[in-house]
Write a protein that binds this ligand. Structure first.
Ligand code: ZN
Length: 65
């Protein structure tokens, strides 16, 4: 089983250990994973790109005098 979700990190952001495919599956499902290398709690939400969701609040063209 492979993860093609770019939001799932390939490495632990704390110790830089490469996550196994299975760990990435668990992370994508649970949205959180405890790194076995440093016991850092990886939160998937921390990797979400806010610009990829919804529309940017910037809106132009309507407020000109
Ligand atoms: Zn780690």
């Amino acid at each position: 089983m492979e993860i093609h979700d770019d939001s799932v990190p390939e490495r632990c952001p704390h110790c830089n250990r490469i996550l196994t495919p299975w760990e990435r599956v668990l992370l994508s499902v649970d949205r959180a994973l405890m790194c076995k290398g440093c016991w850092y709690r990886i939160l998937l939400d921390a990797f979400k790109n806010p610009s990829s969701e919804g529309k940017p609040p910037l809106k132009t063209g309507e407020d000109q005098p």
